[in-house]
Write a protein that binds this ligand. Structure first.
Ligand code: HEM
Ligand SMILES: *[C@@H]1O[C@H](CO)[C@@H](O)[C@H](O)[C@H]1NC(C)=O
Ligand SMILES: CC(=O)N[C@H]1CO[C@H](CO)[C@@H](O)[C@@H]1O
Length: 333
């Protein structure tokens, strides 16, 4: 049980300070930050990640999503990993985030060789890069800058993620707030080329779109029929469906997501809107018809990795990825 030393006000002030210093620390990250003190770190991470991926390839979408949620909520500072009675983990959009055990295994392996040198935030960033590589069948790889410190504030009440029902423009605003461009946003949503969603996120699109008692007219009618079979109304269990409905590539990191949304076969409302909204439709077509999605996705993931990075002054290198080093300087409840 973390001792609560921060009052709500001090957490607020701290958060505002962190937000306004958001730009100060971009320069601190660099490729090969651990070259001197932990030369092998990226090899160690890759070894553990590859073993885990062979057993469970769904770790790739799980970790990509974890990286996105962590970076969007109070910066890429592993605050999403902190256990606590009302930490970010407990916010409802985090309920289906997985991959925490893999991070624990990597941390153990890394600390065996380099004791308490590598941050959990960097472990997430490196592991995510490796899983993108593996899920693409080795077709892509990007150098990921490191040098992040781990945060000591994790509050469910400050989680600020886009919801699937927001418009493109509202979603773009959330990315802009974090200095991410419209292009970054369209590329990053390409993360939905692998992984799954629960039926509950699209029941309205299948059965009663905007209270019309009709399916979403922007969804291909054949797809509506397929998905209704997988997501029946009144079922007691919440089924899962692939985010990339080209079933030959549902588990492969590739350009297929953009081709699907251009054929009215997007799953989440926001996915489909990317292809329809005038703000993004041309970007979507360019990506769908180009041959550089994977490398551009890598660059966008690098850009996401700069959001709200902590430094020595406002972060630490955690001993355990699930808790702050000192309970007295840890706000998780
Ligand atoms: C911008 C607005 C976004 C919204 C509204 C959104 C929403 C969602 C939702 C509702 C799910 C399904 C969760 C579930 O049913 O368990 C999901 C899954 C996923 N999202 Fe997003 N997402 C967004 C952006 C992103 C970004 C930027 C990335 C990565 C760079 C990403 C990566 C993923 C992945 C990989 C999954 C599948 C997770 C799994 O299979 O375990 N999403 N997202
Ligand atoms: C589905 O994906 C495969 C592999 O990426 C591709 O060759 C095929 O053309 C796609 N099918 C459709 C209908 O787009
Ligand atoms: C993966 C994970 O840790 N999910 C947790 C999210 O929060 C709920 C409680 O609200 C936990 O039960 C889950 O284990």
């Amino acid at each position: 049980m973390a001792v609560k030393i921060f009052s709500t006000t001090s957490v607020l002030i701290l958060s505002i300070a962190l937000l306004s210093f958001g730009h100060c620390c971009y320069g601190q990250l660099r490729v090969g930050f651990y070259n001197k003190d932990c030369r092998n770190v990226e090899n160690i991470v890759f070894r553990v990640v590859r073993e885990a991926f062979i057993k469970d390839s769904s770790l790739a979408p799980a970790m990509i999503r974890l990286y996105f949620h962590d970076c969007f909520s109070n910066g890429c500072d592993a605050s999403l990993l902190l256990d606590g009675t009302s930490s970010e983990k407990k916010a409802s959009p985090n309920l289906s985030v997985r991959g925490y055990e893999l991070i624990d295994d990597i941390k153990t392996a890394v600390d065996l060789e380099c004791h308490e040198i590598v941050s959990c935030a960097d472990i997430i960033a490196i592991a995510t890069r490796d899983l993108v590589n593996l899920a693409s069948g080795g077709k892509t790889w990007y150098a990921i800058p490191t040098g992040r410190f781990d945060g000591v504030v994790s509050l469910a009440s400050t989680v600020d993620l886009p919801s699937p029902r927001m418009t493109v423009s509202q979603t773009a605003q959330k990315f802009a707030d974090r200095k991410l461009s419209l292009t970054d946003m369209v590329l990053l949503l390409g993360g939905h080329t692998i992984g799954v969603a629960h039926c509950s996120f699209i029941m309205d699109r299948l059965y009663n779109f905007q209270n019309t008692k009709q399916p979403d007219p922007s969804m291909d009618s054949k797809l509506v029929q397929d998905l209704r079979a997988k997501c029946p109304q009144g079922s007691s269990s919440d089924g899962i469906i692939n985010l990339d409905q080209n079933l030959t590539s549902s588990n492969t990191m590739d350009v297929s997501f953009y081709k699907e949304i251009n054929s009215r076969r997007g799953i989440l409302h926001i996915d489909q809107q990317l292809a329809i909204d005038g703000m993004t439709s041309k970007l979507v077509s360019d990506i769908a018809n180009g041959n550089d999605f994977l490398s551009r996705f890598g660059q966008a993931m690098v850009n996401l990795g700069f959001v709200g990075v902590k430094n020595k002054g406002n972060g630490e290198i955690r001993k355990s990825c699930r808790s702050c080093n000192s309970p007295f300087f840890c706000a998780t409840s």
